[in-house]
Design a binder for this molecule. Sequence first.
Ligand SMILES: Cc1ncc(C[n+]2csc(CCOP(=O)(O)OP(=O)(O)O)c2C)c(N)n1
Ligand SMILES: [Mg+2]
Length: 1001
Amino acid sequence: MAQNISVPDIGDFKDVEVIEVLVKPGDQINKNDPIVTIESDKSSLEIPSPSSGEIKDLKVKIGDKVSEGSVLATIENGQIASQAKQEKTKKEPEKQKTKINGNLNPVKQVKKVFAEPASKDDIDPVETNEWIESLNSVIENDGAPRASYLLNKVIDQAYKSGLVLPDTRTTPYINTIPPEIEAKSPGDQKIEKKLRAYIRWNAAAMVVKANKKSSELGGHIGTFASAATLYDVGMNHFWRAKNNKFGGDLVYFQGHSAPGMYARAFLEGRLTSKQLDGFRQEVSEGGLSSYPHPWLMPNFWQFPTVSMGLGPIMAIYQARFLKYLINRGLVKDEGRKIWVFLGDGEMDEPESLGAIGLAAREKLDNLIFVINCNLQRLDGPVRGNGKIIQELEGSFRGTGWNVIKVIWGSYWDQLLAKDKTGLLVKRMNECVDGEYQAFKAKGGSYVRDRFFGKYPELKELVSSMTDKDIWRLNRGGHDPHKVYAAYHSAMEHKGSPTVILSKTIKGYGMGKSGESINTTHQQKKLDEEDLLYYRDRFGVPLTDKQVKNIEYYKPSEDSEEMKYLKDKRLKLGGYIPERSSFAKAIKAPPKDIFDTFMKSTGDKEMSTTMALVRMLTALLRDKNLSPRLVPIIPDEARTFGMEGFFQKIGIYAHEGQKYEPVDSEQLSSYREDKSGQVLEEGITESGAMSSWIAAGTSYTNHDLEMIPIYIFYSMFGFQRVGDLAWAAGDSQARGFLIGATAGRTTLAGEGLQHQDGHSQLLASNIPNCVSYDPTFSYEMAVILRDGIKRMHEKKENIFYYITAMNENYSHPAKPKGCSEGILKGMYLFKENNNKGKIKVQLLGSGTILREIISAAEILSKEYGVDSDVWSVTSFNELRRNGMEIERWNLLNPNEKKKKSYVQKCLEKREGPVIAASDYTRSFSDQIRPYTDKQFYSLGTDGYGRSDTRKKLRKFFEVDKEHIVAYTLSALAKEQLIETKKAEKAIKKYKIDKDKDFPSNL
Ligand SMILES: Cc1ncc(C[n+]2csc(CCOP(=O)(O)OP(=O)(O)O)c2C)c(N)n1
Ligand SMILES: [Mg+2]
């Protein structure tokens, strides 16, 4: 029996136009296949079929107006599933796991808790000890989980009784993992120590050598010197490379520790000594880049990290993106990890800590931060008056991370074991980082006096130790055993991300020339004496002469060290870092997918943003391409009319949807789903951009080509996240950035901080960013399809920036043969030849092209001035072409001159050029050098302000009246018309000559 398919609840909308009918009688359709697309003045929505069956009758056609309940079609054999929605929102029962203190992996054994030293605050030390003894006894007899349970109960009771409990964000200043439960490294420590020494030496040598050539070259020794053990333990035991069996762990190396990675790659035979000699000399072929730059070393580096703060946020969203791919069923869950190496100074960047809440919320247990807490940054101590490790512990624990502190090395274990009163821990707790830094700069006797000497009991504790012994008391991050145990524990941890806070010494091993002193960071030279000291400190088998020549050290291939090094990497699947891609291309959609956009919209008005959203909807119907689209929106879906995507493809939520959304009855209901496709980022442009980078580089990091489309307020794009956009270029991300609500006068009411008149110029500075400012939907469609083809089918390492507007207007049919011009940056939109004797070339982009078109009509009708109207889709692309051609011509003075595309377009045309856009004049000025014609730019220089579009365009002098007046004036200047004609027009349009230049207002 035939049943009706009608319009469901579509919110507040009534009498909405049907713009597409997607089925015909006789079609066999599945449940949820779209029947029609309807469009309000803000957004378009597809109406899905509630059941499967055969379409019998169509009850609507394009142009009909429908509301909730209107019948669209009838379907036979279809069971209209009224429960469909309910079924959909039914949640999988959550498996309850036993969880203690938020930790799914409670420690099995816990070190006995110290009794605190007697304190004057303690009115009854005997009672205190009884409590502590009871706790120890529960741990021993019933285990840590029971002890945690009891403590939680006691704490709950304390809160109920109104007690103010002490701050529990931090734990004592000792290692999180007690020695008794440390996992033991299976490595050969002797060999690993030797290898580490060679790598240390070679890393320092390459920096020193480069600076012998020229002190301009720079480089850092102290950072890797402090982090060598942290890297080596990972390389020898944990980080699995990508190969045909495994996707590979992703390691974000700290940018300025790059010399250490080169030094290891040299031992591995991946880099030659000649290449090491080319450190920071990249202009000649084969040089090594200063920092990790995939653009410059595309087979080696994966992540550009040296702009501090970008590494942590990009890595967090990378870890989330990996979970997204897994939850969407696009890649297998192989237990891959994202490791991120950071400096303690770097953690001051707002971006470094800005997304740690998301990492915890999303339960990113595939993410491990290693923060090298050498207590110093560039100028001096990170927290001289405090403790960076404690501060970071508080921040990370507070958001729900698993925190592992690796503060003390094994030499401290015995001392700590002997510390029955807890006085040593007390002393550790009370010292500040400024003191800890000095302890390592000033030697054993200083430590004896200043650290242990404060309390007679502690002085006694180390009385049998020599100053040398005291000096040898090592820090956790330099102890491979402690580092191994921490990494092992991080790998096992489930349910939350892990941060390892590892205490080290900046410039470790550099002695007087740079160990733990305030100038360590910039130490790039070591004199002979320093080099000999460095060699001796680590036992590098080089003669004095070799040291003086600053030779690299590499043992013979059949040495036990080299065999060990290679064997370890072989077992872990290969070498890292290595950048590769085995992703399959995505075939661009057929041309006809965008056919509707090539036709005139007639009287129907829409914005280019709406047109773009309709194009995305069309792309989602392409079975091949659809799953690869990653729409990314920072809380602006409704602004851009994209709320229809919520229901259609779902919002990614790793926990699914635990609640019935308030708008569940509506078609565009807020649907969260574990396999949702939309990344709804909330209000974080940096986060959204980081997601976009992760998706845009998925072709290399996950061997899966994805098409990210990140749509944002254009003003909060490049200007806000410019550094991330630069990193995206370096990373060779592929995808679309859509700067919506673009144009200084087009986003009318929002005012100064919203109105963008320069993002196109910011985009133009990124070499591999291709940018467009289209006016009409057919231009947008041509650009979008070509972008997909170039990036995702032909795999060009470029990304697109396209501005889209929110101004509604009707769109003409695509003029014949203009596709090439659209892509190159300009094409002839219209010729006005009304027998006028004078001609002018009018160029416009974005919505201001429409002012140009109107101005051309006025000029023709009222002033007898003919014009050629050019739609400029990209002043940026035109300039690129112009620069290249000009350079070639200058370098080939004997050859026949080549012509820029601008010149080819304009050379046979008459009259001066007037170019206008909704951006600053520099935007259109970019092409001024590439035509012989007189050139005048109009633009929106100055701060925006809130008002109507009409008033704003008048204010910035880009409305049709100003364009007419300025054109007449330019023609008068060229002596093509009389000046009084121009004067008359200025009067007629009431243009205030005395008004200041808008930039000054
Ligand atoms: C955004 C940014 N600002 C400044 C710098 C310059 N810079 C490079 S390293 C550094 C100090 C880093 O200290 P820390 O993060 O503690 O690293 P460490 O070398 O101590 O491991 C600074 C200021 C930079 N690379 N990026
Ligand atoms: Mg530091």
